[in-house]
Design a protein around this ligand. Sequence first.
Ligand code: UT7
Length: 386
Amino acid sequence: MRTSYDRALGGDGVPAALLPGPGCRLVAVGAAVPASVLANRHLMAFLDTSDEWITSRTGIEQRRVAPAETSVADLGVRAAETALAAAGLDPGTIDTVIATSSSVDVTFPSVACRVQARLGCPPGPAFDVQAACTGLVYAVGLADALVRAGSARRVLVVGSEIFTRVVDWRDRGTAVLFGDAAGAVVVGPASDPGSEILAVRLGADGHGADALVAGSADPGPMPDPLTPDRPAPARSLGRSVRMNGREVFRFSTQVIERLVRELAAAAEIPLDDLELVVPHQANSRILATAAGRLGLPLDRFVVNLDRYGNTSTASVPLALVEAALAGRCRPGAPIGLVAFGGGLTWGGILLRWGETAVGLDDARLSQRAAAAVPAGIQDAGGTAGE
Ligand code: UT7
């Protein structure tokens, strides 16, 4: 049966086109990840699952877990500081802050207001956007529109997740998928150095709302994934995740294909000239299926979910940071960012890669440096709670 989002993806939306106006830049991108590693084998201590099932069905091998005392805003501040430091930007030059999170600890104050205060940005608009895992792409699209309209000059966008306080650790269908991380992006005027934002494409179809829900029902006591003999730390607001995995899988493969084709069409480039796609990291099989539908080699897709799982709004900036640090973003290359998630929502951004500043704050590496333990000594699986 064709759902309404099938029809929306079939071309009923606004045609994609190159954006008007004097232009807008993605000036900086940063990401922050907590130190503790939770490998698949650690989940097997309290869930009826296996490393083989998780890796073969999802591609995920491990995820990071934030300490109990860390808030969503704390992790977002680290990502934002990393992005600003990479670009050599003073927080005083940020006039607008937009944050997005699928795992907020309080409804208000917004994550954006807390990040703004902690960074010392001047008083100005600060608010959160909710579009589930598409939140960061929505927020960057909004920031682009504000800058083009002259309503903002330099916007800080933050996507921060402590999803391990949202998932039900007794539900093997969802618990194995998610992890904690934050990402941040600075969007500035054409006079700033950075990557040009060429096209933005956002969409949603609420008819698919029931397919993926983080609700308020209290799932009751559950184990702490790092120390299963103890109860989990305080839960976040959307503390019971329900997902129709197969439906979301089907939607995701369709929507990635559609977004990538639209972004290439907007830039009037053959699909094959799109050098890199930085997708939301939900499942490696989704990405392989989408690449196959597009006829693109999978190595054009950035995949890092094996090490972080699905980090919702943080996943696209975290993947972009790692791709750039690995030298995969060629100056002048068209690069597509694509995301999808609950709502159902979807969004894509086309960049022409330029002098975007990039930084990664990996607390695991900082801990190792502090302990003078050379990186690479411990295996990728690490130790839960480390
Ligand atoms: O950012 C939000 C977007 N989210 C996504 O994009 C997620 C999209 N969906 C998916 O990635 C996949 O649907 C999942 C990874 C969630 C599930 O994979 P699947 O291949 O669709 O599995 P399934 O739900 O059809 O379940 C197949 C079997 C079931 O057992 P039976 O009924 O065949 O006996 C499940 O109970 O696998 C079982 N199963 C598991 N077994 C071991 C489900 N989860 C697990 C598990 N370990 N963790």
